[in-house]
Design a protein around this ligand. Structure first.
Ligand code: TA6
Length: 282
């Protein structure tokens, strides 16, 4: 129903002022403003909207391979595919201030089979209510062999100043050590960011809580057992040409993922994972 930096997009709007923008390229949520609040997703002011490289920010959909843990391009191909808009609707009269959603699909084609020789149908649903954004990824296996993948929702949260933020809820979860299968139990009561962080936490009970001054966000998830926390900090950020030098100060990726064990979908079956963000502002 609109374009965003030249890309086909849907803008969902509710009478309470909450909005979300999703682009067909990547089925990527690029903006979320809950009722009465400011922008909650980080979108780099230097993001590339050319439609061939991943967009830096919002909620990239990682499928069917997380990061470089396999032979596919980093983070798979879903984030650089143009998805089909199946449906979008706004129901301002729905209970509790209204409901709006957009549904996109991605199906195996010659380009995906050349990289990954499997049939699949993925559906990505973004649903907006007053103070809440739900993003759900469903994957169907129409083939006759089990379908295995890793992936997730690489959520870039906007923060005022990352050094003042705390993330609670990881205590007691196993943290995977970089480049190995070894894990270490997280003992810190809360995570604070004052350096580069790129961590995988396995089997994390939800919700997590992100506190950012007077703003707070509950981060819930079903179906994605693991969590990745990423901030590139100064050095890595300087090497990312689609991010400004101080961009790392205004973002924190808290990602709902399935990476510790791949998801296995039986022939004819489907799987889904969902992430729910809810504002709890003071
Ligand atoms: O999810 C964390 C991560 O895998 C990091 O290692 C970091 O590289 C980040 O994703 C961004 O990857 P990208 O390919 O979008 O630059």
């Amino acid at each position: 129903n609109t374009t965003f930096h030249g890309l086909d997009a849907v803008r969902l709007t509710l009478p309470d002022g909450s909005t979300a923008v999703i682009s067909a390229f990547g089925a990527q949520a690029l903006s979320w403003v809950p009722a009465g609040g400011g922008e909650r997703l980080y979108l780099s002011p230097q993001a590339n909207f050319g439609g061939s490289v991943p967009i830096r920010g919002g909620v990239p959909v990682i499928f069917p391979q997380f990061s470089e843990r396999g032979p596919l391009p980093k983070h798979g191909f879903a984030r650089t595919a143009t998805w089909t808009l199946e449906e979008w609707r706004e129901q301002p009269e729905a209970e509790e201030g209204g409901f709006a959603c957009a549904v996109y699909s991605l199906t195996a084609d010659d380009a995906s089979r050349a990289l990954w020789p499997h049939d699949f149908r993925a559906e990505l649903t973004v649903a907006l209510t007053r103070d809440r954004l739900d993003i759900e990824l469903e994957v169907e296996n129409p083939g006759s062999e089990p379908l295995e993948f890793t992936g997730g929702l690489h959520t870039y949260l906007r923060v005022k100043e990352v050094e003042n933020v705390t993330l609670t809820g990881l205590h007691g979860s196993r943290r995977q050590l970089p480049g190995s299968q070894e894990t270490k139990v997280e003992t810190g009561p809360e995570l604070m960011v004052d350096d580069e962080v790129d961590q995988v936490y396995l089997d994390v009970p939800r919700p997590l809580l992100l506190k950012d001054g007077r703003q707070a966000l509950a981060i819930a998830s079903e179906g994605f057992p693991d969590v990745v926390v990423w901030n590139p900090w100064e050095h890595r950020c300087a090497s990312l040409k689609d991010m400004p030098a101080n961009g790392f100060r205004h973002m924190l990726c808290v990602e709902a993922v399935a990476v510790g064990e791949p998801v296995v979908v039986a022939p004819g079956a489907s799987w889904w994972g969902r992430q729910t963000l809810v504002t709890l502002d003071a």
